[in-house]
Design a protein around this ligand. Structure first.
Ligand SMILES: [Zn+2]
Length: 88
């Protein structure tokens, strides 16, 4: 899910905030699944987007959690999300 752009700016894979490779943290798919299991990693914006397609909130969270857990590539987190992830 890492968004590698030609510039040095990258987007956080969780909240979409612009950040740089120096500031952000990379989380392996295995570790991200552990965060998901603890209930962290699905962003409110994504939940809202899925709910717009007609799903209930719980269904949206379940779907996004499954999608995120299926990712095979490392996750790139902005400093804010990295700080949250450390406290999950
Ligand atoms: Zn973030």
């Amino acid at each position: 899910m890492a968004n590698t752009l030609k510039t040095r700016n990258m987007l956080c894979d969780v909240c979409n905030a612009a950040t740089t490779p120096d500031e952000g943290s990379v989380v392996s798919p295995e570790n991200f699944r552990k965060l998901l299991a603890k209930g962290w990693g699905v962003h409110e914006n994504n939940i809202g987007m899925v709910m717009e397609s007609g799903l209930l909130r719980e269904q949206a969270i379940t779907m996004l959690t499954q999608q995120h857990a299926a990712s095979q590539s490392p996750w790139f987190l902005c400093p804010q999300c990295a700080a949250q992830a450390r406290n999950v």
